[in-house]
Design a protein around this ligand. Structure first.
Ligand SMILES: [Fe+2]
Length: 328
């Protein structure tokens, strides 16, 4: 992707607007829940699930429809989830801040409440201290990082945690503070224009992905070999990472060529959205790839600040994993 490109915008059919009345009712319920004792992740998810009673039926229905049928871009944007954020603390400048007060706790519960309509929120123990809700904000010294801490470099196309089949089915990004220069980019797999031969290669198990540095893991020698594309032709699933993925066999020139063609097709299918405060973008991590354009951090407390959580759509799978909120 190039920084100065003008991208198409998210399809309006995948946007839900809340009324001011909805926003206030949800916020009051979330502040009350945030004030309840008990801070562990399982209890946090349970408290959040109860907030659904404060949601308007239009939001519950939109989430249900999205979970069943997706959307044109396989994202859902919910606007107006948070009231005016004038009282928020400064953007933390770290992805592992100390407790930040009731407004941030309430926002985290609202994010988890929406996420719980899509399945079960979880994370990985190796990721940002295993926090169920993670902070996405620029961190000094990490400007070039391909992680939630980066800023002054393009966040290359990827799906979350492509190296593991336990990766999330959906993730949500709730914006506390926006940044006009930071365009969140998505490219739906169903919009990719690929030559038949390229698609055939991408559907074969000929590729590996190394764990990304956010997990702090060294590359493991026994990487699973998998396909990039799978599922029905009209609604394909994708597992792509522009940085960490490569042909399993270094001599497999056709696989390398197919990955390059895919990268070009992803660029061509990109749509963009600049997240604004109170907006939650839910993305289908099995059917889109995503990235972010460059922005310049200021480190003065006003930087871009998102909360993120990940969802396992299958309750059965979640139970099989011990109902763990932080996978080992
Ligand atoms: Fe990401």
């Amino acid at each position: 992707m190039s920084q100065n490109e003008v991208f198409d915008q998210l399809d309006v059919g995948g946007i839900v607007d809340l009324t001011g009345e909805d926003t206030a009712r949800i916020h009051i319920a979330a502040l009350r829940a945030a004030g309840e004792p008990g801070k562990n992740a399982a209890y946090q998810a349970e408290r959040a699930a109860g907030l659904v009673t404060a949601f308007p039926p239009s939001l519950v229905r939109a989430l249900h429809r999205y979970g069943n049928h997706g959307s044109v871009h396989n994202t859902l944007l919910v606007r107006g989830l948070l009231p005016d954020v004038a009282g928020l603390p400064p953007s933390p400048g770290t992805t592992t801040p100390a407790p930040l007060g009731p407004d941030v706790d309430a926002a985290a519960l609202i994010l988890l409440a929406v996420a719980s309509q899509m399945g079960e929120p979880f994370t990985f123990a190796s990721l940002y201290e295993g926090r169920l809700v993670q902070h996405v904000t620029p961190v000094p010294g990490q400007e070039d990082a391909q992680t939630s801490e980066g800023s002054d470099t393009v966040l290359a196309w990827h799906v979350e945690d492509a190296f593991t089949e336990a990766r999330c089915d959906f993730f949500g990004l709730l914006c506390l503070r926006g940044e006009p220069a930071a365009q969140t980019l998505v490219a739906p797999a169903r919009a990719l224009a690929l030559p038949a031969e390229v698609e055939r290669v991408l559907r074969e198990p000929r590729f590996v992905v190394e764990p990304d540095i956010a997990h702090g893991a060294d590359p493991t020698p026994d990487l699973p070999v998998a396909a990039v594309l799978s599922g029905p032709p009209g609604d394909p699933e994708i597992c792509f990472d522009a940085v960490y993925q490569r042909p399993a066999d270094p001599a497999d020139a056709d696989a390398a060529t197919a990955l390059k063609a895919l990268a070009d097709a992803v660029d061509a299918a990109a749509v963009a959205h600049v997240l604004e405060p109170g907006e939650l973008l839910i993305a289908d991590n099995r059917r889109i790839v995503h990235g972010r354009t460059v922005f310049r951090p200021r480190y003065d407390g006003t930087d871009r600040w998102l909360l993120r959580t990940m969802v396992c759509a299958s309750k059965r799978e979640h139970r099989r994993r011990g109902a763990s909120r932080a996978l080992p």
